[in-house]
Design a binder for this molecule. Structure first.
Ligand code: PMP
Length: 362
């Protein structure tokens, strides 16, 4: 096998090696049918089984209740920034947005195009380092929904609790921490995630939506913007991303065979602690971006004493097989994304490199 490096990319991100190996084995002939999954009809019984495997895999891993539909859409999580308000933000109503980072901000921009929006919290002025305490939030009475981002991928800021809307439908962008820890799905009216971090490849978005929300979708929407059309047609009002859905099924099986979401949560807490300890014990050479209490388990963001050192750090790390560490272009610094598929040994290798680098440059 080709040597694999430690890939810290934020997404598309590292995939589990056993999943890639299985996909490789099955590439020319899925289920022994003599065709690739990319070559079979999405209307075939064979693909139906592949779709069921992906759906049941997610339902099982996250204990998704029966009154939720699991849908596979395209257009990335970004498409959800538009679909959510297009479906639920009626004239005369307001949607409440909790903004804890750049992705929430982008969701807000799209929602404003659809209707009236109220920002109930924003940490923009302090550089997106925090999340609100539950008692800091007060919502618009009769809001159409509340939107928040459970993990802000760019800043590495993560909610450590699940937001309670007190009866108002809660919509959550969980793109970068879905399946990394347990979620109580029944707290959400809708929860969505682009697949390319913890679930599979890019080009497919998972949407879990409560049945009663489907009834709120207005008539006359363009079909591909209408959640009901996806629910009524088993995610296939048109040709879906068959390859992506296939890989999601394999990733779910891999998570399950490794002990399930609870086990990954345990591993993720450990992996993140190793990295944050390295930051905190560096005598200030490395400084973390997020407030300590809300540090992300998935995206560990920090910086060095100056930008030149950030660049040198990334170059030297890449040279020894630690790749994808450059922070997002909007924030700079370093970002180590350590999703489910990222091995603990890679985290340990990075920490070793951080110590060496600080010793040489500190
Ligand atoms: N939300 C979050 C939290 C993300 O991390 C990302 C992508 N990194 C997006 C939304 C946008 O996803 P996509 O590129 O799939 O549209």
């Amino acid at each position: 096998m080709t040597n694999r490096i430690y890939n810290f990319s934020a997404g598309p991100a590292i995939m589990p090696t056993p999943v890639l190996e299985r996909a490789q084995r099955e590439l020319l002939s899925v289920d022994g049918c003599g065709m690739s999954v990319m070559e079979i009809s999405h209307r075939s019984k064979r693909f139906e089984a592949i779709l069921d495997r992906a759906e049941n895999g997610i339902r099982d891993l996250l204990s998704v209740p029966d009154n939720y539909r699991i849908l596979f859409l395209q257009g990335g999580a970004t498409m959800q920034f538009s679909m959510v308000p297009i479906n639920f933000l009626r004239e005369g109503t307001t949607a409440d947005y909790v903004i804890t980072g750049a992705w929430g901000e982008k969701a807000l921009v799209e929602a404003r195009k659809a209707g009236t929006v109220n920002v109930v919290y924003s940490s923009a002025n302090s550089g997106y380092r925090s999340v609100p305490d539950p008692d800091e939030l007060s919502f618009t009475r009769d809001a159409a929904y509340i939107h928040y981002t459970s993990n802000e991928t760019i800043e590495g800021v993560e909610f450590k609790y699940e937001l309670d809307g007190g009866g108002i439908p809660v919509v959550c962008d969980a793109s970068s921490n879905i399946l990394s820890k347990r979620f109580e799905i029944d707290r959400y009216a809708l929860i969505y995630a682009g697949a390319q971090k913890n679930i599979g490849p890019s080009g497919v978005t998972v949407v879990m939506i409560r049945d009663d929300m489907l009834e709120r979708c207005p008539g006359g929407l363009h079909s591909l913007l209408d959640y009901r059309k996806f629910a009524e047609n088993s995610s296939m009002p048109n040709t879906p991303n068959t390859w992506g859905i296939y890989l999601i099924g394999l990733v779910c099986e891999w998570i399950k065979s490794n002990g399930g979401v609870g086990e990954f949560e345990r591993r993720n807490i450990e992996k993140a602690a190793i990295l944050y300890n390295a930051i905190d014990s560096s005598d200030g050479f490395y400084s973390g971006h997020a407030d300590r209490a809300v540090r992300s388990l998935m995206n560990v963001t920090f910086r060095l004493p100056n930008e030149n050192l950030d660049i040198e750090f990334c170059e030297q790390a890449a040279a020894i097989g630690l790749d994808g560490l450059r922070g997002h272009r909007s924030l700079g610094g370093i970002r180590a994304s350590i999703y489910n598929a990222f091995p603990r040994e890679g985290v340990e290798a990075l920490v070793q490199f951080m110590r060496d680098f600080a010793e040489r440059k500190g």
